[in-house]
Design a protein around this ligand. Structure first.
Ligand SMILES: [Cu+2]
Length: 324
């Protein structure tokens, strides 16, 4: 009785991991849908074969002798012909999967994503053709194919959004191209899938699929320079940001800050998370990040700033959170 309960609880728990924002088993696009279907074919087929092998083993161990179980032809058909046919079939079925999305689409939205230790630089092309940079978040229009150019700034990373497509490596000196389409609005989570050093496990991101009109509005907002803060708290934060040298590593378009080492912060407040999906995006988390980032995300390439008072941290956080 208890064993059954433990078993049921175990199955329920492990199934709970199969739904949600980062699961291969709840696809939100055609590429991922094909991968999920293939997974179920493998699980179903493997299950049937396993059941058959167990049944045959039972028969062989039983008291009654079955001559056909000892025959050579069973070995030939069951051991040679059957696996050859099944495995060849699976190969034929799976080859198109590996080419999935390989059809170039001239209407495709092009996005460049650069893997950095340990975050994602994301570059769109604005309506005027000028690059629009952000970080750790991709926003894509539902129903339109998206072509993502994957590059790396340092070591090998791997771009993987299980709900949208298979994974593809980001290799220094190369550009790999991943094509996908989201078929419903919503948020998916992605994760670096190739060990890339200390903070690898904390290198995630979000992909937000929006209706096309909402997407265009979003892109227009991202292309605009940062808004100027209106209340004194945030205004003080802006002055502090400039005076403290944050701009050596960060860009905030529309201010003097034009650093290229860390993420572009122009519209930081509009993102779903901080520091590659390590923290929720709100003012208290921004303050914590500035002071304690080495504790929150060990080895990341931003120095911790213990120099600020609590009031100064609040000012900086108010400024950055307000950059919608
Ligand atoms: Cu990694």
């Amino acid at each position: 009785m208890t064993t059954a309960r433990v078993l049921i609880a175990g199955i329920a728990l492990s199934m709970a991991g199969c739904s949600g924002v980062q699961s291969v088993l709840s696809p939100a696009g055609a590429e991922a849908g094909r991968i999920a279907a293939f997974f179920w074919v493998l699980v179903g087929g493997g299950g049937i074969i396993l059941a058959a092998v167990i049944a045959l083993t039972g028969l062989a161990l039983g008291r009654r002798r079955h001559r056909w179980l000892q025959s050579e032809s069973l070995v030939l058909w069951g051991g040679l012909a059957f696996p050859t046919v099944v495995l060849s079939g699976l190969l034929v079925f799976s080859l198109p999967l590996m080419r999935a999305g390989a059809v170039a689409d001239r209407q495709a939205l092009r996005i460049e994503v650069v893997g950095e230790r340990w975050w994602w630089r994301v570059v769109y092309s604005g309506t005027d053709g000028r690059p629009v940079e952000l970080a750790n978040e991709l926003v894509i229009p539902v129903g339109r194919s998206v072509e993502i150019a994957l590059r790396s700034a340092d070591v090998i990373h791997s771009f993987w959004v299980p709900r949208l497509a298979g994974k593809l490596d980001m290799i220094p000196g190369r550009t790999n191209s991943l094509r996908l389409v989201a078929d419903q609005p919503g948020i998916s989570r992605g994760q670096c899938a190739e060990y890339c050093g200390g903070a690898h496990a904390l290198m995630s991101f979000h992909v937000v699929a929006l209706e096309p009109a909402a997407f265009e509005a979003w892109l227009a907002r991202q292309a605009a320079p940062a808004m100027t803060p209106s209340e004194p708290q945030a205004e003080a934060g802006r002055a502090l940001f400039i005076a403290s040298g944050c701009g050596a590593c960060h860009t905030v378009r529309g201010t003097g800050a034009a650093g290229r080492i860390g993420p572009d912060l122009t519209h930081l407040g509009s993102r779903h998370s901080l520091a590659a999906a390590t923290l929720p995006n709100d003012a208290p988390s921004i303050a914590r990040w500035i002071r304690d980032n080495q504790h929150i995300k060990p080895e990341n390439l931003m120095p911790p700033f213990a120099i600020f008072s609590a009031a100064e941290l609040d000012q900086l956080a108010a400024y950055l959170a307000g950059l919608k």
